[in-house]
Design a protein around this ligand. Structure first.
Ligand code: CDP
Length: 223
């Protein structure tokens, strides 16, 4: 059976996950949130008290082959079978350290293998930073999602507030900006628009409008 893959990349908090999830549901594809996997390994590093600057220790940690899966109904991330969704979304330490962990070569190699194994059998919508450039360079459709910083701050601020987190707008802005900077400037698989990706600016689009726009681009593929 032939499969179709959609890659969605972009800056922190610009609505990629929501769009990817909605698109996967509309097309009956598998949704893969690659950022959740980086957050999951960051949780593992923090909880095992591994020193992030010690490449050898990180390598040893990965030798235990940590499993990263998404629960069927909830899509929560399961790390070695344990639901770590709350920690990866709401623990400030995860948000503050994930871009450091994501810049480590062995971490990226490990997750590249996990992510590529998911595209062998099913059509997927995968979102992240290097999906169109490194993980699925042959994806049929590539989107690069952007939104103005203040709009991104508002979205993430409301999201965190809903889950009971007391973070100021300034703290949210600082986290998004520093992650973007680290993601764009790292040596391995930096955040970058693939040459053949289409830019989708969601600043003034609501959830339904961004889905409609993406579905339109998808149906253009068969024209
Ligand atoms: O949801 P949000 O845009 O805040 O971020 P995320 O998709 O959960 O990704 C969290 C972090 O993981 C990013 O800031 C990157 O440092 C890293 N990441 C990456 O390096 N490569 C990916 N394919 C996905 C995420």
């Amino acid at each position: 059976m032939s499969t179709i893959n959609i890659a969605i990349d972009g800056y922190a908090g610009c609505g990629k996950s929501t769009l990817a999830r909605d698109l996967a549901k509309a097309l009956n594809f598998t949704f893969v949130d690659s950022g959740a996997m980086y957050r999951g390994l960051t949780h593992l590093v923090l909880h095992s008290e591994t020193n992030m600057d010690d490449g050898g220790a990180i390598s040893d940690l990965l030798k235990s082959n940590p499993s990263l899966e998404f629960a069927d109904e909830t899509n929560h991330l399961l790390l070695n079978g344990e639901d770590v969704e709350d920690s990866i979304r709401n623990d400030k330490r995860v948000a503050n350290n994930v871009s450091t962990v994501a810049a480590i070569g062995v971490v990226r190699a490990y997750l590249k293998a996990v992510q590529q194994s998911l595209i062998e059998e099913k059509s997927v919508v995968m979102e992240g930073r290097d999906i169109g450039t490194v993980i699925m360079p042959n994806a049929e459709l590539k989107l690069f999602v952007t939104a103005d910083m203040e709009e991104r701050v508002t979205r993430r601020f409301l999201q965190l507030q809903e889950s009971g987190k007391e973070l100021s707008r300034d703290e949210v802005r600082e986290n998004l900006a520093s992650r973007d900077h680290m993601d764009e400037t790292r040596d391995i698989a930096p955040l970058k628009k693939a040459d053949d990706a289409i830019v989708l600016d969601t600043t003034i689009l609501n959830r339904e409008e961004q889905l409609t726009a993406a579905l339109g681009l998808y149906s253009d593929l068969s024209d």
